[in-house]
Ligand binder design. Sequence first.
Ligand code: IDP
Ligand code: MG
Length: 138
Amino acid sequence: MSNGRTLVICKPDAVERGLVGEIISRIERRGLRLAAAEFKKIDQSLAQKHYAEHKDRPFFGELVDFITRSASMIMIVEGPLDTWKIIRSTMGSTNPVEAAPGTIRGDLALGIEENLIHGSDSAEAAEREIEIFFPNFK
Ligand code: IDP
Ligand code: MG
């Protein structure tokens, strides 16, 4: 398994607010690179598969509605070992109120749901999520 690739999504709020360029720019300036990208509206079944770990959480229905409401920018990001960790530290905490200044969420978001960006939370999750969104990527 390669830790050098991870899945990143600029969520619908990022596209709607015109922050996709800013987010990609921060990722690139950190020293990471895009390996694949697709701009599309995520459908219900893909959203449910992607967020399966949260299916019993009270906010699951809202989360699926949010992630499917308009287009997202879905990307494979490449870098040195533990790229998923580098992305997670660049993103900041899930709740933007707790996210450190200098992180994407800490600088640009306020909502716990509308927090702009998804990044895989382990090497195993990265592999699983890349397979969901880019099944033909080798
Ligand atoms: P992560 O995106 O930082 O990995 P997760 O716990 O995996 O955070 O949650 C997935 C997504 O679900 C979050 O990014 C956010 O959009 C949404 N979410 C998480 N917790 C809540 C909540 O308490 N209320 C509403 N939405 C939430
Ligand atoms: Mg997560």
